[in-house]
Write a protein that binds this ligand. Structure first.
Ligand code: IMP
Ligand code: MG
Length: 180
């Protein structure tokens, strides 16, 4: 793995190696496996774009049946939240009465999760839980419980394993950090 990568105007340093990410994904999958069975008819709702790698690794560790759906939203420009959540692809399948597990790459201010959970309540889902690869507790301003968190970080800006800086860096297998 490269120690440093340059993306646009910023230098990023390696922070979490792929092996450690895999262990965290395994642990969070075990918690989901303990709490859900086939009969729950779970819908995994991936939040695009950032969750695509996490969701694809996670789903192969689950031992209960799931359906997979996606929504696409955006709230970030560069390394800062705009505070406004734009919906680019809405909910395509009906989730009424279903148990939904929201799969996020990272929960930061919580604006995105607040937006998605309001959407799910309006759809009258049976239940929803949040499962995120990363959680930034010091930045979180939301009210929703973030039940399944694979890893926690400080107020840092990271890229790799699906997470981007200006849409770049998602393909990196390890997590890299920059100072904003
Ligand atoms: P929130 O709405 O502030 O919780 O931000 C959530 C979204 O912002 C995530 O789904 C990411 O797409 C993006 N985001 C937040 N922090 C980072 C980061 O450190 N790196 C890359 N994207 C981030
Ligand atoms: Mg995201």
């Amino acid at each position: 793995m490269a120690e440093k990568v340059k993306i646009c105007d910023r230098t990023f340093e390696v922070m979490i190696p792929a092996t450690q990410i895999a262990e965290s994904v395994e642990r969070v999958a075990e918690r989901l496996n303990a709490n859900f069975t086939d009969e729950d008819n779970v819908v995994l709702l991936g939040i695009l774009n950032g969750s695509f790698i996490f969701l694809s690794d996670l789903v192969r560790k689950l031992n209960f049946r799931v359906e997979i759906s996606f929504v696409k939203i955006a709230s970030y420009e560069g390394c800062n939240s705009t505070g406004e959540v734009r919906e680019m692809i809405g909910l395509k399948s009906s989730v009424k009465g279903r148990k939904v597990v929201i799969v996020e790459d990272i929960v930061d201010t919580g604006h995105s999760i607040t937006h998605i959970t309001a959407l799910l309540r309006a759809q009258k889902v049976a239940s929803y839980d949040v499962c995120t690869l990363f959680f930034k507790p010091a930045a979180y301003q939301g009210k929703e419980e973030i039940k399944y968190r694979a890893m926690e970080i400080g107020n840092e800006f990271i890229v790799g394993y699906g997470l981007d800086y200006n849409e770049l860096g998602r393909e990196l297998a390890d997590i890299y950090v920059t100072k904003c």
